[in-house]
Design a protein around this ligand. Structure first.
Ligand SMILES: [Zn+2]
Length: 57
């Protein structure tokens, strides 16, 4: 089976909420989870790997 994220759905690494985006996904693309507000950066595209951004305080 060739499963691709053509729908633009990804899972938040923090809360596992499904994040939908129509952004072009590439390494470094940042998307924000609507449920918990975490911004995550793509460290890999295929398979997609999202890493939450740490905010400096
Ligand atoms: Zn989340």
């Amino acid at each position: 089976m060739n499963k691709q994220n053509k729908s633009g759905l990804y899972n938040c690494p923090e809360c596992d909420n499904a994040i939908q985006t129509d952004k072009v996904i590439k390494i470094g693309t940042i998307i924000e989870c609507a449920a918990c507000g975490t911004e995550s950066e793509f460290m890999a595209v295929y398979p997609p790997k999202l890493v939450p951004l740490e905010e400096e305080k």
